[in-house]
Write a protein that binds this ligand. Sequence first.
Ligand code: AMP
Ligand code: MN
Ligand code: MN
Length: 326
Amino acid sequence: MNAATFSEIGKALHEHQRVAVMSHVRPDGDALGSQLALGLSLKKLGKDVRIWNEEGMLEKYSFLPSSDLVSKPPAEPEDVDLAIALDTAIQSRLGTALTAIKSAKTWINIDHHPSNPRYGDLVYIDDTSPATGQIIYELIKDQGLPFDRAMAENLYVAISTDTGSFQYPNTTARTYEIAAELVRAGVDVGRVNQLTYENYPKRRIELLRELLGTLHFECADRVASFSLSMKTAADLGVLPEDNEGLIDHVRAIRGVVVAAFFEELSDGKVRVSMRSKDDRADVCAVATKFGGGGHKLAAGARVRGSLAEVEGKVLAEISHVLDCNS
Ligand code: AMP
Ligand code: MN
Ligand code: MN
């Protein structure tokens, strides 16, 4: 649980041969883009690389260069030299990728979640970085690791998706500098943005229509939430990945400070996703109360209980944090 430098991480990358690059369950663009960029760089270094995610590659990110390199973890656990967790706030969020590691000589943990408990041997957590992809870019450049257009495109998507297309307050001057460097490395901005943001399946918009039907407000319209039951998901034939980002429609409402989304899961839990527009409304603190984590302005948790129960409990906690009853 020591803080590692890029040169210590670079040294470990050079010294080991069998590497597994992993990221969290229900991956987002930052998770998959970061995994692919680092995995591709290590492959170019001549390493024996596995890029594992519990879900394998998602349909909607299959346009990422070399997306076919992302695979579901094998059922039979493997011995590796290096196990690398990217963008994964708690180690258990690696899911079946974690159980696929029989043994690893060294664990590397690279992330930007402040709530990361700093598991692993070489730990690099930068919570001022808006995306793990930004840290991977800095690591690749600092250590002179192989870099090409395919990696640039993966990192561009990683950073773009975690910054809401370079709009959220976590976006820094450095983020724009890196974006410029990625464009210079060959990223086709128009094409990549169209594939990321203007290529949704019709069922996602049908899902949005359903979700808006459940939208409700409390705390003098400062809190807004909607929810998705398993029945609605099944009726519409939506995939879990289809709802990523829909919460932004709720956050975008003037006056709304906290947006929440509740999704009923098949394991008796509810996935809670929260967004805040105000530093004083720390949704990570709310998520942590329910065993989850994340960032001040974007956090989540998986909470046992029915949809109605979990909605009630979490909304009560949000109201408490916002001081709604005073
Ligand atoms: P999401 O709402 O799923 O997009 O997640 C928002 C942020 O919270 C992300 O940075 C996640 O990594 C983090 N997060 C979501 N769910 C959990 C969880 N169950 N435990 C810890 N962190 C989470
Ligand atoms: Mn992520
Ligand atoms: Mn991230």
